[in-house]
Design a protein around this ligand. Structure first.
Ligand code: UDP
Length: 504
């Protein structure tokens, strides 16, 4: 693809070449009609929308035209969360003003705006499973009929069950974007092996080490994703996973928000099956709040408070956007924080326990913490954890949070709640040794919370974690440097897309 020279001294020569080319012939990228045009459809959840938006920006800056599709509900929430509620509902307006060709559309997810998707999770997922594809089909047909440049690619979340059907129908290059680590991808990808070997879907699952997944030396059953540890495998999420991981086998290209060097065996084994590119971590430019709004909740400003705190003294606590914790665990964590006497910011969504249960903190907790702690419903996480006052992160182990924490060299205290978070913890605690496990017991206790927080924030264990973190941070930094693996993989991925477009 056409790479514009950044050295100004090249420009006269470049302009002459471009003029000659335009007069004499048209090469693919010079003909506006031939620019790659991708429709991008993220899963309608916070942790998926964020990397999708940053990927859209990155692709657009490489010359792609992007049509980004959010659900109406997600769009409504993002707009509502903006500080100055605006009538402009196009979150990419500023990105376009900066010269990027990103168009924005919204579609229904099958439910009215007022429907509580968090409280009615399974119904919502049934809708995503059964109804969503019809809305996607409709919008792809519309864009396909009138878009300029011509629509050429579909970039959809791997968890969608309809990608290959839509891509085939509209002759689009089918690109599956996996927003979690390659380890999680490969475990779902090889569900058949887990089943044959009795580690999944048998009445009495085996409890010994799993050592037969290509590219995974060993993993314990307790480290599998929650859906693979569940006894009831007839849920809607299971149905989605089964179908989605059949469908991804028909993808032309898979891209993964990870770093090759962090998961090299797993990625190499997957590459023998399908073209897969580790292009992560996909962060906003400069790791600062980008031009595009992505938060589903209003962000509380923590900077003023953080500015008054000593270097590395504050524990950041957040369980992400989606998982729920039990009231019992929230209470134990609250008391553990009190006992530890550490300074902290705690992001507590109103629905952290459930939309029905918003009174979950011990009575008088907020008075007892005084100005040692700040409780907010949501914040700009990357701004908070890149502040010099932050020294540790008590996390649910969402993959974005882990990548962001590595980038800021903040050691982790792991409290996984759901889905891939258990498997992500294995990478953090066992493989990379950049975090501690909060608890192995069935019931979390305040003493355990206090003890682990103290070990995370200072002393020998803390120093060790920080040393290991430095190494992992360096690996990620190298991957994102000019000749780094993620940069090379990104360019190879784009070349592959262009080859595939020509073949369609
Ligand atoms: N996040 C944020 N503010 C918060 C909590 C989270 O901006 O108060 C962002 C965080 O930076 C991350 C995403 O939301 O990019 C959460 O994704 P993750 O994969 O960590 O967890 P999930 O929400 O998907 O469980």
């Amino acid at each position: 693809m056409l790479q514009l020279a950044t050295n100004p001294s090249y420009y006269p020569c470049l302009c002459l070449c471009l003029c000659l080319c335009l007069c004499l012939s048209t090469t693919p990228m010079e003909d506006e009609n031939q620019k790659p045009h991708a429709i991008m459809v993220p899963y309608p959840l916070q942790g998926h929308i964020i990397p999708f938006v940053h990927l859209a920006m990155k692709l657009a800056s490489k010359g792609f035209t992007i049509t980004f599709v959010n659900t109406q509900s997600i769009n409504h929430q993002i707009i509502k969360a903006q500080p100055n509620s605006t009538t402009n509902h196009d979150i990419f307006t500023e990105a376009r003003q900066s010269g990027l060709d990103i168009r924005y559309r919204t579609i229904s997810d099958g439910f009215p705006l007022g429907f509580d998707r968090s409280l009615n999770h399974d119904q919502f997922m049934e809708g995503v499973r059964h109804v969503f594809s019809a809305h996607v089909d409709e919008i792809v047909a519309d864009i396909d009929a009138q878009s300029n440049p011509k629509l050429t690619c579909l970039i959809s979340d791997t968890f969608f069950v309809w990608s290959s059907a839509i891509a085939t129908k509209y002759k689009l290059v089918n690109i599956s974007f996996w927003t979690e680590p390659a380890l999680v991808f490969t475990l779902y990808y090889h569900l058949d092996l887990l089943e044959i070997n009795g580690h999944f879907a048998s009445i009495d699952n085996r409890e010994d080490t799993i050592d037969y997944i290509p590219g995974v030396r060993a993993i314990e059953p307790k480290d599998l994703m929650s859906y693979l540890q569940a006894t009831d495998i007839s849920t809607v999420v299971h149905k989605i996973i089964f179908k989605a991981f059949e469908d991804v086998k028909r993808a032309d290209i898979i891209i993964c928000n990870t770093v090759h060097e962090l998961e090299s065996d797993t990625i190499s084994a997957l590459q023998e099956k399908q073209p897969i590119y580790a292009i992560g971590p996909i962060f906003p430019k400069g790791f600062t709040k980008g031009l595009v709004a992505t938060s589903l909740w209003s962000e509380s400003d923590c900077t003023k408070w953080l500015n008054t705190m000593p270097h590395g003294s504050v524990l950041y606590v957040s369980f992400g956007s989606y998982a729920h914790a039990s009231k019992k665990d929230i209470v134990e964590i609250a008391y553990g924080l009190l006992l530890s006497e550490v300074r902290f910011i705690w992001v507590l969504r109103d629905d952290i326990v459930s939309s029905n249960e918003t009174d979950f903190l011990p009575i008088g907790f907020e008075d007892r913490i005084k100005d040692r702690g700040l409780i907010v419903p949501w914040c700009c996480q990357i701004s908070v954890i890149s502040h010099q006052a932050i020294g540790g992160f008590l996390t649910h182990c969402g993959w974005n949070s882990i990548l962001e924490s590595i980038w800021c060299s903040i050691p982790l205290l792991c409290f996984p709640l759901l889905t891939d978070q258990f498997t992500n913890r294995k990478l953090v605690v066992d493989d990379w040794q950049i975090g501690l496990n909060l608890s192995d017991a069935k019931q979390l206790t305040r003493d355990e919370v206090e003890e682990k927080i103290s070990r995370l924030m200072s002393g020998k264990t803390s120093d060790e974690l920080k040393r290991n973190m430095k190494q992992i941070r360096k690996t990620v930094e190298n991957a994102l440097s000019r000749d780094g693996s993620s940069v090379k993989n990104f360019n190879q991925f784009i070349n592959k897309v262009e080859i595939k477009i020509r073949k369609k």
